[in-house]
Ligand binder design. Structure first.
Ligand SMILES: *Cc1c(COP(=O)(O)O)cnc(C)c1O
Length: 820
């Protein structure tokens, strides 16, 4: 049996489970997410309770072919031929199984923790050490209570080194991860404020993190960070580095920036040594020193360490989703390739509904620790379960294993150059293309050839942050309360199907758009969630019904129009939503109209009322709380009357984003989540730290000019500098959505880490920044907003609200999506 296969009966013993084995199975894959299942016949599904109870997904996993389950309670599942292992805590069982597996192997293990840099340090150590070791490591940043056991489960007997990172957000979590990783060598990366809210103090957090190393022989750390903690270090040996203290084993005493590199000199074992790091930003530099210290601590010579560090490559754990040529979507994951990250990327591919056709361009996979025939069989299986329509394999190994693959359309090439020559002939059109390659294949060339040129101003959208924000609000809801996600106005400027795919995959209940066109676009991109249209135009009712969009009915006129249309078309029982005006005074039935409305609805067979809702005018504002309470009262009165007339239950909802936080008693059956999804909500106290901005807007410098004190800048000679200085002309203007109101010093942007003001009027496609005293060059990046320079701040600068800033970013600005 391969060494990460276990008989299900053996697993039952290992995790001390109850329940009967009805049939023996061999288990090689562990799942916790019913949407991410491959090789189901050898899979074991752990029903974890979290925001959604994993037990709800047992049937789905069963339908997907899984026959083995670890559950908290068993008998109610009546699924023939399936084994149910019953345990008090399925997560603990998953961890126990991983710990058992870990203990069977004698490989050396490095454990990494810290607040920042864990994943980078792990990936860099992998780059630095893989020349002499067969390494197993966490895929991406799988470092949680679930991610760590799944990572450790991959260990096989060809591995001679494991590099595992562990992340925690509160007390007592590290103990559990320590038992699974059991690191002989520990690496502590940068400690910062991340997750402070989960701990009583930074000290408590640090002590928890040190728990990972309680059985380690050697700990590698920044000397400065553990001053005062000497007694808390359990490791017998330490290897320290410092840029301040001579006592450190590696004392860095000189640092110089040489073009795009950082050059260090340090004292080590009473000798002077040097190292060139191919990065200059502070985070990378610190992570590189940590790696340098680790190599020395592992016994590499200073010369060898320098030689390898000089060749470090940037780490990007993120997939990038962007527009491609010929109406394709391109998912770019050309940084690395291994089985686990291939599976993650394929899952992301299968979330995409915008094109029917799904294509994979894949290079040979290196360093899998598997025999080639085993590896490519697994790859072929994975591709089969993910239903790929077109497969392009690049590399000698794929070429020689092509008989394993049976994709409807498949092509194999020996190398990237040959593929590039054939690219035109492959006729990419209306498909979603995943580009996944090992670094040495330089697939970025393919990505460049297949992507639309992004003009230099781009809005980057972080889909993980979007998901984080969705889960944040879900955690504020009582079980059973539904979520309607507001995706009107291109999801507040953030995208169309890209955002909707994510929401659909993560099971929101409803989407809402402003106009019928917006709903049609989502349907054409394959979105099947119910979609409510806030402002349906009678002239497009045909489209509305053709695409199964659900109209909001807010007036008698509209009700008449729709009923007229429905009866003419022979439509009955069509789902509609009734909007009640309880004080916003925009759209909706007034309270005095409810009686007439009820009369009209009674015995009306053309429509079926799906929901009744109203909108709060000032849910975020404490000074209007009395008014809000009045709105809620009026709403209750209205929906009670309507439900009584209809004789059936409808979905009732009134809360927008701020209402979710501030009016929990008014959640009713559903909430309408808008701006909070995009990371903005003034009613979330900063201490909660639950929301993440999802968008960053970036552009670049087109030209830098010296300006004399008397010179004027821009139209109307509207700007000048007080003394001789320098301006940068950058590629964004009011046509991109950077409003004229930001001109003449009102707006500020980040250039090289410094906040600099605009000078003169904003023009249509460009504007100018005062960069006097900064080393700024053509092509340098300029940040208009991101997680540091926040949209809220920009809104304040020009006296508006974040909604307006976001939705103003014009469609000319390319959106690029990131997901890890
Ligand atoms: C836009 C909108 C929302 C969402 O409001 P946020 O403040 O962005 O959460 C909710 N309900 C209706 C009717 C809306 O038009």
């Amino acid at each position: 049996m391969p060494n990460n296969s276990y008989a299900i009966s053996a697993i039952k013993k290992i995790i001390k489970a109850d329940g009967n084995i009805v049939e023996e199975y061999t288990i090689s894959a562990l799942f916790t997410d019913s949407r991410r299942i491959s090789n189901p016949a050898e899979g074991l599904f752990f029903a974890l309770s979290g925001r959604r109870n994993g037990h709800e997904f047992v049937a789905e996993a069963y339908a997907g072919g899984v026959r083995n389950f670890v559950v908290e309670h068993g008998p109610e599942f009546n699924l023939p031929g399936a084994n149910f292992l019953i345990v008090p805590d399925p997560l603990a069982a998953l961890q126990a199984l991983a710990a058992y597996h870990r203990n069977r192997f004698k490989l050396q293990v490095i454990g990494i923790t810290g607040s920042n840099g864990k994943t980078i340090v792990k990936e860099w150590l992998y780059q630095l050490l893989s020349a002499d070791k067969n390494i197993v490591r966490n895929p991406k940043s799988y470092n949680s209570q679930i991610g760590v056991p799944l990572s450790v489960w991959q260990i096989n007997d060809r591995n001679d080194l494991g590099i595992f990172e562990a992340g925690i957000s509160t007390v007592n979590e590290m103990n559990r991860l320590e038992a699974i990783i059991k690191p002989e060598i520990g690496v502590l990366t940068h400690m910062g404020p991340a997750h402070d809210e989960g701990f009583e103090s930074p000290r408590q957090k640090l002590l928890e993190k040190l728990g990972l190393f309680k059985n380690s022989r050697l700990l590698i750390h920044n000397y400065d960070q553990l001053i005062g903690y000497e007694k808390d270090i359990a490791a017998k040996e330490t290897f320290t580095w410092s840029r301040k203290f001579r006592e450190a084993d590696l004392y860095v005493f000189s640092e110089t920036v040489i073009s795009k590199n950082y050059y260090f000199r340090a004292r080590y074992q009473a000798k002077e040594i040097e190292c060139l790091v191919p990065f200059t930003d502070q985070a990378s530099v610190e992570n590189a020193i940590t790696c340098w210290a680790t190599m020395l601590a592992l016994g590499y010579s200073a010369v060898e360490a320098d030689k390898r560090i000089e060749r470090l490559a940037p780490v990007s754990m993120r997939l990038e989703l962007k527009n491609g040529v010929n109406n394709c979507s391109v998912i770019d994951d050309s940084y690395n390739s291994d089985l686990q990250s291939l599976e993650i990327a394929l899952n992301f591919l299968s979330q995409q509904n915008q094109h029917q056709k799904k294509t994979l361009i894949l290079s040979d996979i290196y360093q899998s620790g598997l025999q080639q025939d085993v590896l490519y069989k697994q790859v072929a299986d994975l591709i089969r379960t993910k239903k790929i329509d077109k497969f392009i394999g690049v590399g000698e190994a794929l070429l020689s294993h092509q008989s394993y693959f049976d994709v409807a359309e498949q092509h194999f090439y020996a190398d990237t150059t040959t593929l590039l020559q054939q690219l035109k002939a492959l006729n990419f059109k209306d498909e979603t293309i995943l580009i996944k390659g090992s670094r040495s294949f330089e697939f970025e060339q393919i990505s460049r050839a297949l992507s639309q040129k992004a003009h230099e101003t781009v809005m980057e959208i972080n889909l993980n942050s979007l998901l984080n924000n969705l889960n944040f609000y879900k955690s504020k809801l009582k079980p059973g309360v539904k979520v309607m996600a507001m995706v009107k106005a291109f999801s507040y400027g953030s995208g169309t199907f890209e955002v909707a795919n994510m929401l659909q995959y993560n099971k929101v209940d409803y989407l809402a758009v402003a106009y019928i066109d917006e709903g049609v676009a989502l349907r054409q991109a394959g979105i099947i969630l119910p979609i409510k249209v806030l402002n349906p135009e009678a002239s497009a009712f045909d489209k509305l019904t053709e695409y199964k969009l659900e109209p909001v009915i807010y007036s008698f006129g509209l009700l008449d129009d729709f009923v007229g249309y429905a009866s003419a078309q022979g439509i009955a029982g069509y789902p509609v939503h009734l909007k009640i005006d309880t004080g916003m005074h925009r759209l909706g039935f007034e309270n005095y109209e409810i009686e007439t409305l009820c009369d009209m609805l009674e015995a009306n067979r053309y429509v079926r009322v799906q929901s009744v809702f109203s909108h709060l005018a000032a849910s975020e504002a404490p000074e209007h709380d009395e008014f809000t309470k009045k709105q809620i009262k009026r709403f209750e009165k209205a929906f009670k009357e309507i439900e009584r007339t209809l004789g059936y239950k409808v979905i009732k909802h009134i809360c927008n984003t701020a209402g979710i936080i501030r009016w929990p008693s008014a959640h009713y059956d559903m909430v309408r989540l808008g701006i909070g999804l995009y990371g903005i909500d003034s009613s979330v106290p900063a201490s909660e730290a639950g929301l993440q901005p999802i968008a960053s807007l970036k552009t670049s410098v087109a030209q830098v000019k010296k300006i004399g004190a008397g010179d004027t800048i821009s139209y109307g000679r509207s700007g000048s500098l007080l003394k001789d200085g320098k301006i940068a002309t950058i590629r964004i203007g009011y046509a991109d959505g950077y409003l004229r109101a930001f001109g003449k010093g009102v707006g500020k942007m980040l250039v090289k880490g410094a906040l600099v003001p605009t000078v003169g009027n904003i023009t249509m496609d460009m504007c100018m920044l005062d960069v006097s005293g900064l080393d700024v060059r053509e092509g340098d990046e300029v940040i208009i907003f991101d997680e540091h320079q926040r949209i809220e701040e920009l809104a304040k600068q020009i006296g508006t609200i974040p909604y307006e800033i976001l939705t103003n970013i014009s469609q000319r600005v390319k959106r690029v999506y990131f997901y890890e």
